[in-house]
Design a protein around this ligand. Sequence first.
Ligand SMILES: Nc1ncnc2c1ncn2[C@@H]1O[C@H](COP(=O)(O)OP(=O)(O)OP(=O)(O)O)[C@@H](O)[C@H]1O
Length: 245
Amino acid sequence: MEALVAEHISKSYPGSEHPALDNVSLSIQQGDIVGILGPNGAGKTTLISIICGLIRADSGKVFVMGEPNSSPQTKYTLGVVPQEYALYFDMTPQENLRYFGKMWGIPGKLLQERIDMLLQVLGLENVKNKKLKTFSGGMKRRINLAASILNNPKVLILDEPTVGVDVQSRAAIIDYLKKLNREQGTTIIYTSHLLAEAQELCNQVRIIEQGKLLETGSPDELIQKYEAANLEEVFLKLTGKTIRN
Ligand SMILES: Nc1ncnc2c1ncn2[C@@H]1O[C@H](COP(=O)(O)OP(=O)(O)OP(=O)(O)O)[C@@H](O)[C@H]1O
């Protein structure tokens, strides 16, 4: 079954010359780890925001686990880790996670077990009683991730989760995403412009540029198709540009 289907999504922001998304369709199978890859401004955040229902597309439809993304069910099946922190900096990791857990209606004992597990696997045990305002960006990202997965979503979407984080946090995040996928079968969809990281993490990638979906496939399929050494080279052959230009 498909975890996510997006059909013919288009979106133009008022006043901009080019559409942010131009007729993008995606189909993502349950249990996949999918990288939505493209340079800055490609339309990744816009696409994710539409999938999550944060902004409206001009046209097109999105289904999550077979249900329209506007259905109340989606609140429980879809988890989102935004680029910005949705956290309280005057509270500790424990307090933040308890707050979010209560919001989800997770019963107290189960909630504490989940919080303890997440703090441990994300390497935050030793700072669990310190206020977030003293934390590095990478540590805040890890708590952002923990807050978004407390509710055990079937589909998890992350917007550039490893950008600007320290090496240790990056490894903790990547390892945890792999574990979540392996052990719970969580479908993981993440945006990135880090092609080497995506090549290592993802079994499927979608390449977007200037609002258009350019390629779909596994990293190996695309590397073969473009006779490339890696995904960086696939992107170069596909667009004539490096991803950072
Ligand atoms: N609120 C907005 N108003 C007007 N234009 C916007 C808005 N948000 C994004 N855009 C434009 O839409 C296009 C796609 O932006 P988007 O943020 O979706 O790309 P992105 O791939 O996520 O890039 P980044 O990696 O920089 O976040 C860009 O040209 C951007 O300037």
